[in-house]
Design a protein around this ligand. Structure first.
Ligand SMILES: NC(=O)c1ccc[n+]([C@@H]2O[C@H](COP(=O)([O-])OP(=O)(O)OC[C@H]3O[C@@H](n4cnc5c(N)ncnc54)[C@H](OP(=O)(O)O)[C@@H]3O)[C@@H](O)[C@H]2O)c1
Length: 310
C-alpha cells in the first residue's frame, strides 16, 4: 500500500469513527440534560438508559435513530447490566465512553441506617458503576482507548451528618476510580471523576429514608430529630440557591468527553472548588470543628434529648 493510500485510509477511518457513549440514569437531572445535549451531537453514537419504570420519560422525549438509542438499565441488576452492554455491543461493537451518572442518596444518621438500605445505597452508587466498568474495559483495552467518567459529589471528599451512607458510596467510588486511573494509564484509557456540589435540581425530592429515619424525621421527641429537621431544609435550600444547573453539568461532561486527556478529578460546581481549597488551607484538626459550627443550628442539636438525660 502506498503512503498516499495509507494516509487517505487513516483519514477516512478517523472521519467514520463515532465514539459510542453510554449514560446511566437519564430519566432526570444531569443524565436527562446530558441526553438532551448529546441528542444533537452528530459526532457521537449515544445509548441513553433508564430503569424500566422510567423508560417512558425517555421514549416520550427522544426519538431513536441510527446513532441514538434508548435501553433499559438498572445498574443494581447483574442481568440488566449484561443485557444492556450486550445490546449496545451487538449494534455498535463496543462502548467507548461510559458515563456512570445514576445515583441515589439516603438521608439517615448512621444509627438509623439498616443493612438493606446500606446495600441499596452501595449497589446503586458504587457496585453498579464498578460492575459496569468491568463490562466495558475489555473492549476499551483491546482498542487501546476509552473513557470512564464517574459522577461523584462533594460528599466524596467530605461527609455531612445524615448523609453517611451516601458519602461512603461516593468515597468508595472515588477510591476505586483513583486506583483505576493508575491501572488504565498505560493502556490509554482515561478515568475522570466529576466532583459535583449542590445543583439547582429537584433531586432532593428523590431522597430515600431508612425506616427509622423516616419515623424520626416526622417526630419531635427523639435524639436525632433536630438533625433531620435542620439538614433536610438546609440541603434543599442550598440546591435551590446553586448557580449550577444540570444543563451546565452536562456541558462540563461533554467537555470531558471531548478532551483528549482529562484530569482525574474535575470539580463540577463552585462549592466543589471552595471545599477543595478549604480542605487544603485549614489544618485538619480545625476543619471539622469549623464545618460543624457552620451547620444550621448545630449547637442546639439534641439539646432537649440531652437535658432529659440529666
Ligand atoms: N443534584 C445534586 O445536587 C448532586 C450533587 C452531587 C452529586 N450528584 C450526583 O449526580 C448524579 C446524578 O444526580 P441528579 O442530581 O441528576 O439526580 P436525579 O435527578 O435524582 O437523577 C438520578 C438518576 O439516577 C437514576 N437511578 C436511580 N437508581 C437507579 C438504578 N438502580 N439504575 C439506574 N438508574 C437509576 C434515576 O432514575 P429513576 O427514574 O429510575 O429513579 C435518575 O434518572 C448522581 O450520581 C448524584 O449522586 C448530584
Amino acid at each position: 500500500m502506498s503512503w498516499i493510500h495509507y494516509v487517505f485510509r487513516k483519514k477516512t477511518n478517523r472521519q467514520k469513527y463515532k465514539p459510542v457513549i453510554l449514560i446511566t440514569g437519564c430519566s432526570s437531572g444531569i443524565g436527562y440534560a446530558l441526553a438532551e445535549l448529546l441528542h444533537d451531537q452528530m459526532e457521537y453514537r449515544v445509548a441513553i438508559t433508564a430503569r424500566e419504570k422510567s423508560l417512558k420519560t425517555l421514549y416520550d422525549r427522544f426519538e431513536e435513530s441510527e446513532r441514538f438509542i434508548i435501553r433499559p438499565l438498572d445498574v443494581t441488576s447483574e442481568i440488566s447490566r449484561q443485557e444492556c452492554i450486550d445490546s449496545i455491543c451487538e449494534k455498535w461493537g463496543s462502548v467507548n465512553v461510559l458515563v456512570n451518572n445514576a445515583g441515589i442518596s439516603y438521608r439517615s444518621v448512621v444509627e438509623h441506617m439498616d443493612e438493606e438500605s446500606e446495600l441499596h445505597q452501595m449497589e446503586t452508587n458504587y457496585l453498579g458503576p464498578i460492575n459496569l466498568i468491568r463490562l466495558v474495559l475489555p473492549s476499551m483495552r483491546r482498542i487501546g482507548r476509552g473513557k470512564i467518567i464517574n459522577v461523584s459529589s462533594v460528599s466524596g471528599m467530605l461527609a455531612m451528618p445524615t448523609m453517611s451512607s451516601y458519602s461512603a458510596s461516593k468515597f468508595a467510588l472515588e477510591g476505586a476510580s483513583e486506583a483505576l486511573w493508575y491501572e488504565m494509564k498505560p493502556l490509554g484509557i482515561n478515568v475522570s471523576i466529576i466532583q459535583t456540589g449542590f445543583i439547582r435540581s429537584k433531586s432532593f425530592e428523590n431522597v430515600y429514608y431508612s425506616k427509622k429515619a423516616e419515623v424520626c424525621s416526622i417526630s419531635k421527641d427523639q435524639a436525632y430529630c433536630d438533625y433531620y429537621a435542620n439538614m433536610t431544609p438546609f440541603v434543599a435550600k442550598m440546591m435551590s440557591l446553586s448557580l449550577t444547573s444540570p444543563e451546565k453539568l452536562a456541558k462540563l461532561i461533554l467537555n470531558v468527553v471531548r478532551t483528549e486527556k482529562p484530569r482525574l478529578r474535575i470539580p463540577g460546581t463552585l462549592d466543589a472548588y471552595f471545599f477543595y481549597y478549604l480542605r487544603r488551607l485549614i489544618p485538619r484538626r480545625f476543619f471539622h470543628e469549623i464545618l460543624f459550627w457552620c451547620l444550621p443550628n448545630a449547637k442546639h442539636w439534641a439539646k432537649d434529648y440531652s437535658n432529659l438525660r440529666k
